[in-house]
Design a protein around this ligand. Structure first.
Ligand SMILES: [Fe+2]
Length: 291
């Protein structure tokens, strides 16, 4: 009975977090290991509580929302400064632009930048349509992507929104123009297709290079704090987020040696993405040929 009650403690705490607004209401035995991620004192053998999936409001005035597009299993992320209302959208998808615009409008945000983590092959970006609809909004993508945009990003660049910013880490390998975007406190990393949850982006087209990808992930993402939340561009199994520490321990590809990793990637034998011939040319011009 006692062990049953102990097992229930984190669940009860989770419920308490939601009922009372979790920021300062978490019982003392719950250890804070990162924004939105709380666990009891034994991080890996206990129930991990993840309230960020539906509602995430940090003490630092940062608004965060994870959005999903089901056809390409793409995650779009909306971040905003609650004070100034300036916002950034990461990896918008053409088919869900209206949904995203409605949310931005309802919440009273001023969308400053729509940024793509890379030139996607599986869907058309919503950036072009957003530019048409929102006067003054800028598009951004890596300068190594070969795509046109208002802002061409390089290593160390910062995308500012209100008092917050995202830092650019170049993480090529899936494509030459892949970037990972990291919050200023290193609590969240938006890894695009460089690092997926227990996986990674393929390296067999669009300048893909397994060795480059391996180095990018190990040098630019695995060097972040272990509690840093990993938010990828896609997930095909219903997973919403991971952490750097988890991926360093459990990623079935990137925990291997470089030679083993290259061997795995060479033998994936994946089919060609259905939309690649439409998506890549469109994404090279912000998602719409006419823009
Ligand atoms: Fe991709």
């Amino acid at each position: 009975m006692c062990s049953f009650v102990n097992r229930l403690k984190p669940v009860l705490a989770y419920s308490l977090c939601f009922q009372k607004g979790y920021s300062r209401k978490v019982p003392a035995h719950i250890k804070h290991i990162g924004p939105g991620l709380r666990t009891s004192k034994q991080p890996l053998d206990s129930v991990i509580i993840r309230p960020y999936c539906s509602r995430m409001e940090f003490g630092k005035g940062l608004f965060f929302r994870q959005l999903f597009e089901s056809e390409s299993s793409t995650y779009t992320y909306l971040l905003a400064d609650k004070e100034s209302r300036e916002a950034v959208l990461i990896d918008p998808v053409l088919e869900t632009v209206e949904r995203d615009l409605k949310l931005v409008e309802e919440l009273g945000f001023n969308l400053k930048v729509a940024v793509n983590t890379h030139c996607h092959a599986d869907h058309i970006t919503g950036t072009g349509l957003l530019k048409n609809r929102l006067f003054g909004m800028k598009s951004a993508i890596s300068r190594h992507s070969g795509a046109s945009a208002d802002i061409l990003l390089s290593e160390g660049d910062k995308i500012h929104f209100g008092k917050h910013h995202l830092s650019v880490r170049e993480t090529p390998g899936h494509t030459d123009g892949c970037v990972t975007l990291v919050t200023e406190d290193h609590s969240m990393a938006f890894t695009g297709d460089a690092l997926l949850i227990r996986g990674c982006g393929r390296t067999d087209f669009q300048q893909g290079c397994s060795r480059k990808l391996y180095e990018s992930v190990h040098q630019k993402i695995f060097t972040l704090p272990p509690q840093c939340l990993v938010f990828p561009a896609h997930d095909y199994k219903g997973q919403t987020a991971s952490t750097v520490g988890e991926e360093k321990r459990f990623n079935p590809r990137l925990t291997k040696s470089m030679e083993e990793f290259v061997d795995i990637m060479v033998n994936l034998n994946l089919p060609k993405p259905a939309k690649i011939d439409i998506a890549v040319p469109a994404n090279l011009v912000c998602g719409l040929h006419e823009v």
